[in-house]
Design a protein around this ligand. Structure first.
Ligand code: SAH
Length: 496
């Protein structure tokens, strides 16, 4: 794209910020229609912006001065919020964060999903915030006082380890769009026990001269530390991602860690010697305790391993699954398929109210966990299959699959045909083959749990254009406060 005739690099421009971009950057429009993306600016601010990149219709700018701050601008509680790439919108009041997320879902349903504005007004429910609670069957909004945001809500953090300019070993988080580590041991949205654990690891590295991994040289041993904390059980897992197959002085490491935090139930190593942005290796082994910890959601216990997906905000996960259960409308007679089931979290949550549940997931270890979790909870009406949703579902539907979980599949009888299909795909959404098979299978209800409203809107469009389904409700849930991400639970029902 050619650059603008009117605006060029290094121009300083006064602009009012009216919107927010996908990565939390402020967006403003100049009178001639030129759009500026201004890093760290908040909707409602009037700022002086320094253009660092000028394209024909839009430019990217750095905030040089806040001329008039937005009434939604707050001073983040975290001292490194400004530098750390983790929380993109920690400088926006929580009530406004919620409004921005709900509005983003509304806009995407209209623009990408192609739904009428009046329909969207009908089906879109208010976003469920962190402080909201259920009263008489409905989530009631509890207003968050200006300046406060949810804190200490994440059960998982992955800290990179590296070396600063002076050669000191540091741990922290990457700054936005870079691999420069912003040193911190205390993340305000993470567990408060992480700080002591990280200090113990730095102590171990110092005593035993363990080198941090250097990405450019691809040398050194310790790459990342993953810490997971069970919200209900308090059990903690520490997993070191290493550029090698082992670490020295394992006993001393375990002693230092346990001294810092006696609730540690699992210490693991995950070897990752590849030159990659992927944090975890593809295997792990325990060097102390089990290779998993246990946590609970809604009275169901789950074994969680270093590589398994587990929702990061336990308070909101309870609400999310509760909304999914409500949308599924189960009476105890239904066959439910739970696609993208991970370690069986939604499957087991639903199993208590369904006849049979079939979970499908691509990661074999997660399915192993899902089966163990079913056993752990004495649930015997949940069955799990390893495979891609877009392959397992068509194979099953076209009679090319002869067994699920060791059970003979008799497609002809329709015994396993779903009354309800639940999907909870990663950000890229569902594969078209999966959506088309869902349309052919025609369950009464489809519950779409989504972590990306853009792909949700795209997939809803495909499902509704078939003429077979209509969207009954979309409920955004704030799982990721201080970031622009938003989760949604959507109910589609088959037209009569
Ligand atoms: N429902 C689970 C997991 C949701 S995350 C929960 O709430 O905890 C999405 C899951 O989809 C991940 O576990 C990921 O491994 C899995 N996945 C990704 N692509 C897939 C595919 N094509 N088919 C099946 N599962 C897939």
């Amino acid at each position: 794209m050619s650059s603008s005739k009117y605006y060029k690099k290094n121009d300083e421009i006064e602009i009012e910020i009216t919107d927010i971009g996908t990565n939390g950057e402020g967006i403003g429009h100049l009178t001639d229609g030129y759009t500026l993306f201004v890093q760290k600016a908040v909707p409602g601010d009037i700022v002086l912006a320094h253009i660092i990149k000028a394209q024909k219709n839009y430019g990217i700018a750095r905030l040089t001065k806040i001329i008039k701050p937005s009434e939604n601008r707050i001073k983040p509680i975290c001292p490194v919020a400004d530098k750390c790439g983790g929380c993109q919108i920690a400088n926006i009041d929580y009530e406004k964060q919620l409004w921005l997320k709900e509005n983003k879902v509304r806009e995407l349903l209209i623009r990408v999903g192609g739904f009428d504005k009046s329909l969207v007004d009908n089906i879109l429910h208010p976003i469920v915030g962190y402080f909201d609670e259920k009263e008489n069957g409905k989530y009631i909004h509890h207003i968050c006082e200006y300046g406060n945001t949810p804190q200490r809500f994440r059960n998982k953090a992955q800290y990179p380890i590296g070396v600063d300019k002076e050669g000191n070993t540091i741990v922290g988080f990457y700054s936005a769009h870079s691999h420069r580590i912003v040193p911190t041991t205390d993340c305000y949205i993470g567990a408060d026990s992480d700080a002591g654990i990280l200090k113990a690891i730095l102590e171990y590295m110092s005593i035993y001269h363990i080198p941090a991994y250097d990405e450019t040289e691809q040398k050194g041993l310790l790459r990342h530390v993953l810490i997971r904390t069970g919200y209900f059980t308090g059990e903690i897992q520490v997993c070191l991602v290493i550029n090698g197959s082992d670490v020295p002085e394992k006993k001393a490491l375990a002693e230092l860690l346990l001294k810092s935090e006696p609730r540690i139930k699992s210490i693991c190593l995950s070897p990752n010697t590849a030159n990659t942005n992927v944090i975890m290796g593809d295997s792990y082994k325990a060097i102390y305790g089990n290779d998993y910890i246990v946590d609970e959601i809604g009275g169901v216990s789950f074994r969680i391993s270093p590589l398994s997906f587990f929702q990061v905000n336990p308070v909101q996960t309870g609400k999310l699954y509760d909304l999914a259960l409500e949308a599924a409308g189960l009476t105890g007679k239904e066959i439910v398929w739970d696609l993208y089931c991970g370690i069986g979290t939604i499957s087991l949550f639903l199993a208590k109210k369904a006849k049979e549940v079939y979970g499908v997931e691509i990661v074999p270890q997660a399915i192993q966990n899902a089966k163990e979790n079913a056993e752990l909870n004495g649930i015997n009406n949940a069955h799990f299959v390893v495979g891609k949703a877009e392959e397992v579902l068509p194979n099953f539907y076209n009679g090319r699959m002869d067994a699920i979980d060791g059970m003979k599949v008799d497609v002809g009888s329709g015994v396993l045909s779903p009354d309800v299909i639940v999907v909870d795909p990663p950000r890229k959404g569902c594969d078209e083959a999966c959506l088309n098979t869902m349309l052919q299978m025609a369950p009464k209800r489809i519950v779409y749990v989504s972590c990306d409203p853009a792909t949700l809107a795209r997939d809803l469009k495909l499902l509704c254009e078939s003429g077979k389904y209509s969207v009954c409700s979309v409920t955004p849930v704030d799982m990721f406060s201080n970031s622009t991400h938003v989760e949604n639970v959507c109910l589609l029902s088959r037209k009569p």
